[in-house]
Design a protein around this ligand. Sequence first.
Ligand code: HEM
Length: 186
Amino acid sequence: MLPNFLKPDALLAYISMMDSIAQDHFASGWEGKKEVTVLPLTKRYTFLVACKVFLSIDDPEHVATFADPFDVLAAGLNTIPVDLPGTPFRRSIKAANELRKRLVHIIKQRKIEIEENKASPTQDVLSHMLSVTDENGQPMTEIYIADKIIALLIAGHDTASAVLTCILKFLSQLPHIYSEVLKGTS
Ligand code: HEM
């Protein structure tokens, strides 16, 4: 299912959406600042795009209710996997449970919206996950879908934001390239 979302044709359809999220993000997080720390900002941007593509959520306040537990979850990923009180790993497990709960709520809501024709069965990754069945005709369970979405959030988060951060670093160090890129965008 995933290659359908990541093939070049599909990516083309995301460009205007990614651009509009970028414009809002620049206006709220970058403009007018004397200095910015890029990595946390690109992480937030990537998360905004992921919430839109995976779940059709674009309200920044709604996104923040996912971003907060996700940050705690992500902080525990590369730690010693010992589930003791006070450890990042324990906090990460708790945050993952919280995130799963919120996602299951959204999944239940979406099922109702699809039934009532208020949401499209193809509008985003979540709708697709709800519509596919396995070889026995069984749909994915809600908790399974929630786990898959968390996995996708993890897969696309640090990777894409690290790439964006490197691009910005090189553009800032290579003004002649930056000016060509700028020309290309205007
Ligand atoms: C610039 C951004 C990205 C980089 C550098 C990157 C890098 C990688 C690498 C190196 C692997 C292979 C890991 C392995 O086999 O050991 C991988 C696998 C994977 N990535 Fe990414 N990734 C990026 C973005 C994304 C995004 C945005 C998504 C999802 C929306 C994603 C989903 C996945 C999935 C599902 C796998 C596992 C594929 C499989 O095992 O069949 N990645 N990625």
